[in-house]
Design a protein around this ligand. Structure first.
Ligand SMILES: [Zn+2]
Length: 643
């Protein structure tokens, strides 16, 4: 087993292309906007009160805590995203805001190391009494990630020290010994955070506590059932689904869990931590569990876009092949968490195939979670939108046709920001001295003996060029089924393609050598397993990892009436946002109904020739409110003429 290790962000300098543009959007628009939202300075949006809660906890302000019990985590994820910005280029204004946030967080911390503004301000006696719902450990996990990221980016120790004081406190409070709390988090992510803190500090107690939380989860008798029996216990949320053991993945020990189920974000953050631990401990049973859960999810329970979560009830993964398009939940955070899990699976196994899920989730759900303005976000990523039905049908109330400026539960916007800013860390790894290109993107890389430049329009452009800037560059490009490499040359000479562990290795390059790869990005229809009944007779279109959708803006109203021809060929043009983003058109059909006054008739609709326009799903809803569908009907021309 050859582990791969990620490259530090500081060694990757993005050059012109989609990723740099998205990162500039986050730096210039998204993070300043989110900073203002966290300070309640954006008019007409859901009140956050996040920073004010910290001020009250720090004694700078007076008043009551306001907001969801996990509001602290919004500031932490903003800080983490900002850390990734600062890792690659200085920005004095952003850094001043971040330093201010670090100082405020430090002062909101208790003298014993405890840190959570809700319990500090509202319920000092209630610490860790409702682990199932209280989210203290969830906030802690995001804090540890942010602190580790900020320290790594800036070298400033203060926030890391704050995090370590809190983590030290947790190591005293939680454990198997008498007098310790025997619980574990209701919403997982503290495990990932503790392991990140362990990676930065080397303090084994943090690793051991993360392992402890995974080891004791799902033990009988249930800690959460015991907790509910304690005097003074009170529910924070009042949903029956919370009581189901699968909801928070306490139905079995994680190592014994068979299928991906329950609250999507909780599940995927936990699987990510399990993969981290499996890599650290080389525990074959844990590795097997990670493999099993990954296959359960990606082979039967994940949307084509990398969305996860089939129902709004409990924001959950449900069962095999239950993938409704219109009522899909597909929380942006779940796709972020899927990226975290899948990335760790490649680190754990050295196999490239897991990055298919990273690319699916990133290029479709995560990038699509943010408007081109940088000031509106999707929480729910449905695959089919009809604004009238969303407004009228309570079962679709969670599906907002338009991206929102902010949310009462605002976990997603900052999660999207931190993921876009850290994508370089996802894209490249080192394995035994070879640079592993997991996701192609234009950049210059300088790290130890690695010195090279990559230029590519991927995922929209077919070409990739690598120029070595030092002798002895060893490089492997990931090979995917949705974007296979057609041709590889070094200094113009054809090189044989040999696929190993999901990668193609290039011959060792000397300074000045140029290797060029051509990807097959032919648009292709993608069908779904027929057990996903709602998609039988339908298909979507993918071009590389990019999933396409049909919007009302290109097709007029009645997008559900459209069909593609099964032999369809696609013509490509630049999408409305310009740059190199590709839009597609194809010949298809539109259902005509002989008498619009009738709901039912003794004959099928008449299919008339019509052009179908498609844009990347990630770009949807940038031209006003309208209908959208990822899956369209597919007809053969014989079907049409027979009717
Ligand atoms: Zn979220």
């Amino acid at each position: 087993m050859v582990h791969t290790t990620p490259l530090p962000l500081q060694s990757i300098h993005m050059e012109d292309g989609l990723i740099r543009r998205m990162q500039q959007l986050v730096r210039d628009q998204v993070l300043p906007y989110q900073w203002r939202a966290l300070h309640d300075e954006v008019e007409g949006v859901a009140k956050s009160h996040c920073v004010e809660n910290f001020r009250i906890a720090a004694g700078d302000s007076t008043g009551e805590y306001y907001g969801m019990i996990f509001q602290d985590s919004d500031l932490y994820k903003w800080l983490e995203a900002t850390a990734y910005c600062l890792a690659v280029s200085p920005d004095p204004e952003l850094e001043a805001h971040a330093d201010e946030a670090c100082e405020l967080i430090r002062r909101a911390q208790g003298s014993d190391g405890y840190l959570n503004t809700y319990y500090t301000v509202q319920e000092p006696q209630g610490r860790f009494t409702t682990l199932q719902q209280g989210h203290e450990l969830y906030c802690a996990g995001h804090f540890f990630e942010a602190a580790a990221a900020y320290y790594t980016a800036t070298g400033k120790r203060s926030i890391l020290d704050t995090a370590c004081r809190f983590a030290d406190y947790l190591t005293r409070v939680f454990g198997d010994n008498e007098g310790q709390n025997h619980g574990y988090p209701g919403h997982q992510v503290v495990e990932v955070g503790l392991l990140r803190l362990y990676a930065v500090t080397g303090n084994a107690a943090y690793r051991d506590l993360a392992k402890h939380f995974i080891d004791i989860r799902g033990r009988e008798p249930s800690y959460f059932a015991w907790e509910r029996e304690q005097p003074g216990y009170k529910d924070i949320f009042h949903e029956d689904v919370l009581l189901e053991p699968t909801y928070a993945q306490t139905h079995a020990r994680p190592v014994d869990q068979q299928v991906a189920v329950g609250h999507s974000v909780r599940a995927l953050y936990m699987y990510a931590a399990m993969a981290d631990l499996a890599a650290l401990t080389e525990d074959p049973a844990l590795t097997e569990a990670c493999e099993r859960l990954y296959r359960s999810l990606t082979q039967r329970r994940m949307y084509v876009t990398g969305a996860v979560g089939s129902t709004a009830v409990g924001e959950s993964i449900t069962t095999d092949y239950d993938l409704p398009n219109d009522s899909a939940y597909g929380e942006s955070c779940a796709s972020v968490a899927l990226m975290m899990f899948a990335r760790r699976m490649t680190i754990l196994t050295g196999e490239g195939e897991y990055y298919d899920s990273v690319e699916r989730a990133f290029f479709n759900q995560v990038l699509g979670g943010i408007a081109l303005s940088g000031k509106a976000f999707y929480y729910v990523g449905a695959l089919e939108i009809d604004p009238e039905r969303c407004a009228a049908n309570p079962g679709l109330r969670h599906v907002k046709p338009d991206r929102q400026k902010w949310f009462d539960v605002a976990c997603c916007p900052t999660n999207i920001a931190r993921t876009i800013m850290s994508i370089g860390g996802y894209a490249f790894g080192l394995s035994d001295g070879t640079l592993m290109v997991h996701i192609p993107m234009s950049c210059d890389i300088d790290h130890e003996n690695v010195a090279l430049s990559i230029r590519t329009g991927y995922p929209y452009g077919e070409k990739l060029a690598v120029t070595a800037r030092r002798d002895g560059q060893r490089i492997a490009l990931r090979w995917t089924d949705f974007a296979p490499i057609l041709r590889l040359t070094v200094n113009g000479r054809e090189t044989p393609l040999k696929r190993e562990h999901g990668y193609v290795r290039l011959p060792t390059l000397m300074a000045g050598d140029v290797a060029e790869a051509t990807y097959d990005l032919t648009p292709r229809m993608v069908s779904v397993h027929p057990s996903v009944a709602c998609d039988v007779g339908k298909a979507t279109v993918m071009r590389g990892p990019v999933v396409y959708c049909a919007e009302q803006a290109d097709n007029g109203p009645g997008v559900g009436r459209l069909a593609m021809d099964s032999e369809a060929r696609f013509t490509e043009s630049l999408a409305f946002c310009g740059h190199e983003v590709v839009a597609l058109r194809t010949q298809g059909y539109r259902a005509q109904w002989p008498n619009e006054a009738e709901l039912y008739a003794f004959r099928p609709p008449v299919w008339q020739a019509a052009e179908v326009g498609l844009i990347p799903y990630a770009l949807r809803n940038n031209r006003g409110t309208g209908e959208m569908r990822v899956f369209l009907n597919v007809l053969s021309c014989t079907d049409v003429h027979a009717k």
